[in-house]
Design a protein around this ligand. Structure first.
Ligand SMILES: [Fe+2]
Ligand SMILES: [Fe+2]
Length: 456
């Protein structure tokens, strides 16, 4: 005995036949229509429990059928089958209330799962449709390189903050994603694609030991605590970005990199505690850390460090560069070095080494992040601390953080002193240190970003 009725709508006779066979095997009663017109004629008579429709068909399309269903039979769920070029249709279909999506080609098991969920009276979120945006990480679309064999499912996001976001799977794990396909996405205005958080850890390869651990990281932090830290940090990032003279493109880019970095850090217990302790230390230290992370990411991008994995490594190292301050007395957190006594200065200059040791005690950070924290106050001419390293003895990641750090301190100081143009003051400050103390190309990169905007 058949349990549910499914109306298949597809103009491809071969594909229709395959679907009929598959659905019969799953014990569904089926009827196949070669297009929207035939479908409309049969819905009333057949009384389907679900419609499985192709998106692209000659004449009326899957979208037209969805519109018709919404006005005439809103109670019948519709599952839309899409190809990669039907991206806009997917977005529109999601807005029109399609129950789920199947990206062609799909496997029988996937078809079964999607149909079962769409037919269940209280559908639970499926991997192809969910409103929980925290499970996903966004990746700048340019990161998907031609011919790259995807190890992960790829999603696009539709909807809005107000109505809630939904995620539609557009590529299966193991598929070859071609440059053409990326170009189609870009032309259709997409700036980001999404992958699941668990896949993301592996995708960026950021935290070496975490990635090599196949097990899901332990996480016993309450959702409220996590949301509080996440929201506060994202708010700070936004506030800072809005105040900067940077292009919309740079704004969106940095916002995306930092957003993902913070989500990743707050999704693992050990890295969560680290960020949390920084936030609790002092508002000034925390906002300084966020600022340095923003400027460092901007510099890395301008220097041509294009890959998301690298940029996230920069953002992470910069965010925790002052973690060693955790072990200093509070009055030293924000005191200017010129105002410190000799003893205070000596203590203050231990914070990079302390930071290195704090991170080395854990298991989540790669050696270059540890080195960047240790070297962030070293200067090219050996005038820095704690080890007076010179030139190539300082790792490149630390060059960038050093420029961002100097800029952030001077920018903050100029704002506190209510100087007329704090950005110009901070820019002049780093330019004055260029070449002998700070890495020239990194200084030029930051100056260029601000100059580009002022010319617009
Ligand atoms: Fe520092
Ligand atoms: Fe700093």
């Amino acid at each position: 005995m058949f349990n549910k009725k499914i109306l298949i709508v597809d103009d491809d006779p071969h594909f229709r036949d395959i679907l009929v066979v598959c659905l019969k095997r799953m014990n569904f009663e089926t009827l196949a229509a070669d297009g929207v017109q035939q479908a409309k004629q049969t819905i009333g008579l057949f009384g389907p429990d679900l419609i499985l429709t192709d998106a692209q068909m000659p004449g009326e399309t899957g979208i037209d059928l969805l519109k018709y269903m919404q006005s005439s039979y809103p109670e019948i769920p519709c599952v839309m089958m899409t190809g990669f070029s039907d991206l806009l249709d997917s977005v529109k279909a999601a807005e029109l209330g399609a129950s789920a999506f199947l990206t062609k080609p799909f496997r029988e098991a996937e078809l079964r799962e999607v149909l079962q969920k769409a037919l269940s009276p209280a559908p639970t979120p499926t991997p192809t449709s969910t409103s929980d945006s925290h499970e996903y990480c966004q990746i700048v679309i340019d990161d998907f390189i031609s011919g790259q064999n995807l190890k992960y499912n790829i999603f696009i996001r539709v909807g809005s903050k107000l109505s809630g976001f939904r995620f539609i799977k557009v590529a299966h794990a193991g598929e070859d994603i071609s440059l053409d396909r990326i170009i189609v996405y870009k032309e259709k205005g997409l700036t980001h694609l999404y992958i699941l958080m668990d896949d993301f850890r592996a995708y960026i390869g950021l935290m070496d030991k975490l990635v090599s651990n196949a097990l899901k990281p332990k996480f016993n932090i309450s959702p409220e605590k996590k949301a509080k830290l996440l929201n506060h940090t994202l708010e700070l990032i936004n506030q800072e970005l809005i105040s900067l003279p940077i292009s919309t493109e740079s704004f969106e880019h940095v916002s995306s990199i930092l957003d993902t970095t913070i989500k990743l850090m707050t999704s693992d217990e050990e890295t969560f505690e680290l960020l949390d302790s920084l936030e609790k230390l002092s508002e000034q230290v925390f906002s300084h850390s966020v600022q340095v992370s923003i400027y460092s990411t901007l510099i890395a991008k301008e220097l041509g460090w294009e890959s998301a994995a690298t940029q996230m490594k920069v953002a992470t190292a910069a965010l925790i560069h002052d973690i060693g301050k955790r072990q200093l007395p509070a009055p030293l957190f924000d005191k200017r070095r010129s105002k410190m006594t000799a003893d205070e200065l000596k203590l203050y200059e231990t914070h990079p080494q302390r930071g290195y040791e704090i991170l080395a005690e854990g298991s989540k950070y790669s050696s270059d992040i540890l080195q960047a924290v240790l070297h962030h106050h070293e200067r090219l001419n050996g005038s820095g601390f704690p080890n007076h390293n010179m030139g190539s003895k300082i790792i490149p990641l630390a060059y960038i953080i050093a420029v961002a750090d100097e800029f952030a301190h001077e920018y903050e100081k100029s704002k506190n002193e209510k100087l007329e143009n704090p950005i110009t003051c901070a820019t002049q400050h780093i330019l004055s240190m260029k070449s002998d103390r700070l890495h020239g190309p990194s200084v030029d990169a930051l100056v260029t970003i601000f100059m580009k905007k002022s010319k617009q």
